[in-house]
Design a protein around this ligand. Structure first.
Ligand code: ZN
Length: 188
């Protein structure tokens, strides 16, 4: 059990496609357990392995929907099918998302309303989740991380400039920045 430092935008691992998991060994089990601990400490609803500096196609998620159902799991070597994001401007109130690797910020972004996640669990067994709403958004956000894409890369022009400003102001956007949940007081 360990809370890991979360790397911040600018760290190359966040901007590089991650590699498929090939071995379901003790090292992977420890990584997954640590990722759940780190996500809980942040706190966050999703966390991808590149965010803790590990270039593997793994993410964890933990979301309670409006019906009080908990969606919690690990997705290894996932595939994701999504419905197209609707056209038009995103709504600041209902479509703003944040990222533990750009802590403390939220910007609105259009995402597909539905997604089907196909992935392996911690034992290497395949499973599928049909998601909608915020869970579908979480899956899209985390899946993007595995391809080296941050939500900041998908923002519209004005928000893209705004988040770029924040990143520069914080001294991020270059290698070496990280924060430790539970220790560093960052409201992500
Ligand atoms: Zn993120």
């Amino acid at each position: 059990m360990a809370v890991l430092p979360i790397v911040i935008t600018g760290e190359p691992v966040l901007h590089t496609p991650a590699a498929e998991v090939t071995g379901f060994d003790e090292t992977l089990a420890t990584l997954i357990a640590d990722m759940f601990d780190t996500m809980a400490a942040a706190p966050g609803v999703g966390l991808a392995a590149p965010q803790v500096g590990v270039p593997l196609r793994v993410f964890v998620y933990n979301w309670i929907d409006d019906d009080n159902q908990t969606w919690r799991g690990v997705a290894i070597n996932p595939e994701l099918w999504i419905t197209p994001a609707p056209a038009g401007e995103p709504d600041e109130e209902t479509e703003s998302e944040g990222c533990l690797s750009i802590p403390g910020e939220r910007f609105p972004l259009r995402r597909g309303a539905r997604a089907i996640l196909h992935a392996l669990d911690a034992d290497g067994a395949p499973y599928e989740v049909e998601a909608e709403g915020w869970l579908a958004r979480i899956f899209q956000h985390e899946y993007d991380h595995l391809d080296g894409t941050l939500y900041a890369d998908r923002l519209g022009h004005a928000d893209s400039r705004a988040i770029g400003k924040v990143i520069r102001k914080n001294g991020w956007g270059e290698p070496g920045a990280s924060w430790l949940p539970g220790v560093d007081d960052l409201d992500a």
